[in-house]
Write a protein that binds this ligand. Structure first.
Ligand SMILES: C[S@@+](CC[C@H](N)C(=O)[O-])C[C@H]1O[C@@H](n2cnc3c(N)ncnc32)[C@H](O)[C@@H]1O
Length: 324
């Protein structure tokens, strides 16, 4: 639940790995006694910096959005969801789990921009793999609402967005459908982050990458809804959660799934470091949203409605010089 250097400074008797104690641990971390420790200060500073940065990136993407039905913000995830991934990356990094942060599912690069800041801060590499031409043709059994080329962001668009909103020096981009681009993948993966929409795509990612998941690694997926999980088991047999569950069952790999926030879920193994990291972040979140940012919290709560996007656009127009 906690990064190891932070767990090491907890007072005796305070459990570092019991999600039920997350509230008490958060309270202690934010107290003068907790803040007296450099490890606690560094962890909280990382979270605060990522919280602010991811929201700044989100505001930039808000202005990019096309009039598209499925991803009007030019992004299919949220700053908050990605903060949970970054928080877990901190745990993985602090424990020295070897490998890259692998992103499968990039679209226009919103999640890659956010996570590039986390990787840049920690000195990790983010590798983003995508067709850069959207979804492949959905096969039988995939949800009806997906079409070939949905969520298409080109390599040039993603490069440009990374240069504008991210840390491109922390990122490698690899182009190609997973069925071929990830076959023979041979680099260690410290954390796998998937946002691929389709059962077949999730299956292709795992076929390619699973053998190189480092000991201590975990995987985050963007299509895990609360009703897809019961008592730590994935109970949905379609879409990426279904693919993950059936893949791991076939290999006899014990795992536990949890819904995190929004559409984000995490799957951990007995050896995963940072299990339950999301429960601690739940408890720290009110403090990360400082008192001046209530409006921002309200935006998160209502999910960046189109009216707000239009307001942002109008403001931008008003800010332009005549003829500019
Ligand atoms: C929902 S979008 C990702 C959204 C992105 N994470 C964000 O934050 O905006 C899904 C992405 O998965 C990619 N994708 C899905 N299946 C794929 C496959 N089999 N091979 C390569 N890319 C695939 C699509 O090209 C698309 O970019």
């Amino acid at each position: 639940m906690l990064p190891r250097p932070v767990a090491a400074v907890l007072p005796p008797g305070m459990p570092a790995d019991d999600p039920e104690a997350a509230g008490a641990v958060a309270e202690w971390l934010l107290s003068p006694a907790g803040l007296a420790h450099g490890a606690a200060r560094r962890y909280l500073a990382f979270l605060k910096l990522m919280y602010e940065t991811f929201h700044a990136v989100q505001e930039g993407f808000l202005l990019l959005g096309e009039e598209r039905d499925r991803a009007p913000r030019g992004a299919a995830t949220s700053a908050l969801e990605l903060l949970y991934v970054a928080n877990h990356l901190y745990c993985v990094d602090a424990a020295g789990v070897p490998g890259v942060l692998l992103e499968c599912g990039t679209y226009k690069g919103f999640s890659a921009c956010c996570l590039s800041h986390a990787c840049g801060a920690l000195g990790r590499k983010l590798v983003a793999v995508d067709s850069f031409r959207g979804l492949p043709e959905p096969g039988a059994g995939e949800p009806d609402h997906y079409r070939r080329a949905d969520f298409g962001g080109s390599l040039e668009e993603v490069r440009e967005n990374l240069a504008t909103h991210g840390r491109p020096e922390a990122v490698e981009l690899h182009e190609g459908y997973y069925e071929t681009s990830l076959a023979g993948w041979d680099r260690p993966v410290a954390l796998l982050w998937m946002d691929v929409d389709l059962y077949a795509s999730a299956r292709a990612v795992l076929d390619g990458v699973y053998p190189r998941l480092s000991a201590g690694a975990a995987l985050f997926t963007h299509e895990l809804l609360p009703e897809h999980v019961e008592a730590g088991a994935i109970v949905h047999d379609r879409e990426p959660p279904g693919a993950i569950a059936s893949f791991l069952r076939q290999r006899g790999r014990e795992h536990a799934a949890a819904h995190v926030t929004g559409c984000l879920g995490v799957v951990t193994f007995a050896d995963s470091v940072g299990r339950g990291s999301h429960r601690l972040l739940d408890a720290l979140l009110p403090e990360l949203r400082d008192r001046d940012h209530r409006a921002r919290a309200a935006v998160e709560a209502i999910g960046l409605r189109p009216a707000l996007r239009d307001l942002a656009r109008r403001r931008l127009r008003l800010g332009r010089r005549p003829g500019g």
